[in-house]
Design a protein around this ligand. Structure first.
Ligand SMILES: [Zn+2]
Length: 306
């Protein structure tokens, strides 16, 4: 795959090391960036920006909060729990941050299109509205969420439905390569796309589906396999833009295999929460081959055909 020249999403927060406290994290332009920006636009630019900013400030009160957030002033009442520095400033994380933002941007393009066309499974007669972008939080070590408590990077990348944010510690990419034996950029992209898959589920109400007579674990497997399938739909749709080839597909399938519950050492099927290696590969493949999220309706398939 190739990501050079691709857009990086701005729906992104960089939190520093061990920012476990919760509350309002991140937001705002880092001082250096703001300064560089001001120097770039010059004095006349600053004056024009100030006048325009003033007009927007008074004419459109609804834009006040975003302007303040952009400038890093205030923050809507919550306490700021920034960790030390920014994660993406450290040399070994910069590339992972850029890559993650590019993949996020690509998922935004893909899912905007899918929502526009209504190519989605339906739950509880819910009409899918327009796609709403999730935010990617990059952190290091530990992180506080606004809806899912605090988490350490041991849990791996995750999505919090309460705040609609994806949480990724870039060191997970090393874990994939070294410990999970799932190397490759497309394998990494699959992980981001899987978390975005959970966001899509949140938007279409799939997270509320409870299959009659099934345990929480069994429902969890359906949720996870659907997220895998959605990741596949993303891969299919982004194929030409990101030059995704057969070797990439093999990387993702290998990753799906390596993070199957059985591959991770779980022998008791009742304890499965994400699905077996075979199931994860199958559902990713189903999304990737069809490019149609309606093929990802894991909730309406008998358990033995998952
Ligand atoms: Zn998941």
């Amino acid at each position: 795959m190739r990501t050079d020249g691709q857009r990086q999403s701005d729906n992104f927060e960089d939190r520093g090391r061990g920012s476990g406290g919760g509350g309002m994290g991140g937001g705002g332009l880092p001082g250096g960036v703001l300064f560089a920006l001001l120097r770039r636009i010059g004095l006349r630019g600053i004056l024009i920006a100030a006048v325009l900013g003033g007009v927007v400030w008074f004419a459109f009160p609804q834009f006040r909060a975003p302007i303040m957030a952009l400038l890093g002033i205030g923050g809507g009442g919550g306490q700021v729990a920034q960790g030390e520095g920014n994660t993406c400033d450290s040399a070994d994380a910069t590339q992972a941050c850029t890559f993650s933002r590019q993949i996020l941007a690509s998922t935004e393009d893909v899912w905007r299109g899918q929502f526009q066309q209504g190519r989605l499974p339906r739950y509880n007669n819910q009409q899918p509205g327009a796609y709403q972008d999730p935010t990617l939080v990059i952190y290091s070590g530990a992180v506080g969420t606004e809806g899912c408590g605090s988490a350490s990077s041991d849990v791996g990348p995750f999505y919090c439905p309460g705040d609609r944010k994806l949480y990724v510690d870039p060191s997970f990419y090393d874990t994939m390569r070294d410990r999970l034996r799932a190397p490759g950029d497309f394998a990494q992209a699959y992980v981001i796309a899987h978390e975005v898959g959970h966001h899509v589920q949140n938007l279409i109400g799939a997270t509320q589906v409870q299959v009659q007579g099934e345990s929480q674990n069994q429902t969890s497997v359906r949720v996870e396999l659907q997220a895998d399938c959605f990741a596949g739909v993303w891969g299919h749709t982004a194929q030409s833009t990101l030059s995704i080839d057969d070797a990439d597909l093999r990387e993702a399938l290998n990753a799906a295999h390596q993070i199957g519950d059985d591959a991770l050492g779980q022998r008791n099927e009742d304890q499965f929460t994400h699905g077996s290696s075979a199931q994860r590969m199958t559902w990713f493949r189903r999304g990737f081959d069809s490019g149609d999220a309606r093929q990802c309706d894991t909730f309406n398939v008998p358990a033995n055909q998952l």
